[in-house]
Design a protein. Structure first.
Length: 113
């Protein structure tokens, strides 16, 4: 599972959806807890990305409601073109009903306190 989330983040970095440091933070989290839920690792990468935009928190519901729109905030000049290679992967996270699963993963994680 950890390899899959890092591979996903690698593709998002290549498409300039996330920064290399965001992926690096996710890898650091996995070093701290190799059994961490992929939702926690993704949330860590997204929180790092948001910090780079000047925000200090992540609203998972905002991401789950419209992940493509959420990630457009930090995209290069032409976000549509940059997002194209990973649009389907990003869109796959669109499901606000999964918020409770994310919350459960956060509560069970030793990485969040």
């Amino acid at each position: 599972m950890s390899h899959e989330i890092l591979s996903l983040l690698d593709r998002w970095v290549e498409a300039q959806v996330l920064r290399p440091i965001d992926r690096g933070f996710a890898a650091f989290l996995l070093q701290q807890d190799p059994a961490a839920d992929s939702k926690v690792i993704l949330a860590g990468a997204l929180t790092s990305w948001r910090l780079g935009l000047g925000h200090v928190c992540l609203d998972p519901l905002e991401f789950l409601t419209d992940p493509v729109g959420f990630l457009h905030l930090g995209m290069p000049e032409d976000p549509q073109e940059a997002m194209d290679p990973v649009r389907s992967e990003v869109s796959a996270f669109q499901d606000p009903s999964k918020l409770s699963e994310w919350a459960q993963a956060f509560q069970a994680s030793m990485l969040i306190g």
